[in-house]
Design a protein around this ligand. Sequence first.
Ligand SMILES: Cc1cc2nc3c(=O)[nH]c(=O)nc-3n(C[C@H](O)[C@H](O)[C@H](O)COP(=O)(O)O)c2cc1C
Length: 199
Amino acid sequence: MLADMSMDIPWGSEGTTAMVGNVGLITSRDESGKPNIMAAEWTRLISYAPALFAVHIGPGKKSLLNILETKVFGISITSKNQGWIASVAGGSHGDEENKVAALKELGVKFREDDETKVLLVEEAALQIVCRMIKKEELGDHVMVVGSVENFKVADSPAPIVYHKRKYFDLSGPLPKPETEELERIKLVVDKYRKSEITK
Ligand SMILES: Cc1cc2nc3c(=O)[nH]c(=O)nc-3n(C[C@H](O)[C@H](O)[C@H](O)COP(=O)(O)O)c2cc1C
């Protein structure tokens, strides 16, 4: 049950764009085996052991219907040169367009998982095969939780960064504060350690 005091943060408003995220390419098949692909920024590892991923998908999307039918799906975390693939995957609905065929013709390489027949996008930073273990309606999306059956990390993973509806790369780590500032932080943090406070 959601809190009575909950409010909206409309799609595309500042409250949604002041964050960064990955973009997952979610692959699925319908019961006849026809493949589909969508883009999902709401794709996240939510447990290490066992490894679980959650993807939040709008109701009525072809990918959601496919996953509910077949209970398996793929997640390919886009690499920095794959933003355009996310735009194609997220730009139309699988019941109106064969996005996988279009992407293949455009040169995207897919590989098929032997066991589940799930498609994965080659060269994606992380390629994961999931089996659905849970589905839950949360607000205006449906959370699909998948347990990881197998995964592959790209040779030099360089995931895309999604921010303000644009794709960025990881341009490098930020510098640490100066030594003096680090010492000041340590002093204050130590002062508030439980053992010190109770003295
Ligand atoms: C970068 C990007 C991120 C997106 N993230 C999500 C998301 O997290 N959840 C969602 O339901 N749709 C998301 N979408 C929209 C879907 O990809 C889009 O509605 C798609 O057409 C659904 O395809 P389908 O109907 O074939 O499943 C995103 C689109 C883009 C381009």
